[in-house]
Ligand binder design. Structure first.
Ligand code: ZN
Length: 347
């Protein structure tokens, strides 16, 4: 994974200004709380924020960079943190994949009693904290009620619905927000060396998550599906029903189906945007600009809208667990009919 080459600094966190400013304030004033909940979806940057905050708390010579406090990156503690071997930074390990049990928390509680090895703090990161059983939460509560002065516990959670109110009341909850699409795109270009067309498409599909965008960027299946879908849409008017049926049949997994639907919607959206604004500035498929300009001129307005409706209809049907292959097949036939339409008021 490329994440491992990233340093643990606040400067690398994208978006999340409110969370960063809260933690920076704690670092500046020394008013560090004993427990935080970093609440955000997978890929939203919870791990990165937790690591940066931990690195800064444990660093021997934190430095001031502009208005930020950053770990120095050079002291023994920083080197150990980057290598994942800092004895004062512990990530909770659990026995079961799907839940965090009372045994897991008890082991951690025993460890919390042991003073930090060399830093002033001892930090515990609990990934997937929403998976704590109620018994585990009650065990954790005892530590949260009387924490040793040096202990800092970072709960990384995707939603707080499963937390007991008593846990919530003992923690500072920091909500992570989806990152704006443009910021995700810039990040993919600058840090991952992605070309503009890939960066823009993956950003659009990321749901505001840099982690998901980075995964999509490296996901060969997604790249293949993208190529296949573009090829199909470019010649769908001349494609026969059997070919459409076999395309639907090849789309097997739920993930592929969802991505296919989104790819078609995005493509159709590009044609609509190009047709209505006569501009190519905001297109997502930037590598297909020439084709999109031509197709936007020759495809009718009604056809583009009918195609979008066909895709939305298919998406609704898929939600209600109908046969996916048949639904996709019907959708492709409807898109073909839509793209064959001519404008009613055309010559
Ligand atoms: Zn340092």
């Amino acid at each position: 994974m490329r994440y491992t080459v990233l340093m643990n600094t606040f400067s690398e966190i994208i978006g999340q200004e409110i969370v960063v400013s809260h933690l920076q304030n704690a670092l500046r004033t020394g008013g560090v709380s004993h427990a935080y909940i970093l609440n955000g979806a997978k890929g939203s940057g919870r791990h990165m924020i937790a690591r940066s905050f931990s690195a800064a708390l444990l660093c021997e010579n934190p430095r001031q960079e502009g208005d930020r406090i950053e770990p120095c990156g050079e002291c023994l503690s920083c080197i150990q943190t980057a290598a994942g071997s800092n004895p004062d930074l512990i990530t909770l390990e659990r026995e079961k994949e799907n839940s965090i049990g009372v045994g897991d928390i008890r082991r951690m509680r025993a460890d919390v009693q042991i003073k930090p090895y060399s830093a002033e703090h001892k930090i515990y990161i609990i990934p997937d904290a929403e998976k704590m059983t109620p018994a585990a939460q009650n065990a954790l509560l005892k530590t949260l009620e009387e924490p040793p002065s040096y202990a800092v516990i970072l709960l990384l959670a995707d939603g707080t619905g499963s937390f007991l109110p008593t846990i919530m009341s003992r923690c500072i909850t920091l909500p992570l927000r989806p990152v704006p699409e443009k910021a995700v795109e810039d990040c993919l270009k600058e840090r991952f060396g992605a070309k503009e067309d890939r960066a823009r498409l993956c950003a659009r599909f990321s749901g505001g998550s840099i982690g998901r965008a980075a995964l999509l960027l490296e996901n060969e299946n997604f790249a293949n599906l993208r190529e296949k879908t573009i090829l199909l849409l470019q010649k769908i008017e001349k494609t026969n029903a059997a070919q459409l049926a076999s395309f639907a049949k090849e789309t097997v997994t739920e993930e592929e189906t969802r991505d296919l639907i989104d790819l078609i919607l995005t493509w159709n959206r590009d044609l609509l945007v190009c047709r209505s604004t006569h501009s190519t500035e905001n297109l997502i498929f930037t590598d297909e600009v020439q084709y999109i300009i031509e197709a936007a001129q020759t495809t009718s307005w009604q056809g583009l809208q009918a195609a979008a409706e066909a895709v939305f209809r298919a998406r609704r049907r898929l939600f209600s667990n109908v046969n996916a292959e048949l639904t996709l097949q019907m959708m492709l036939l409807e898109i073909r009919a839509a793209y064959r339409m001519t404008d009613m008021r055309a010559e």
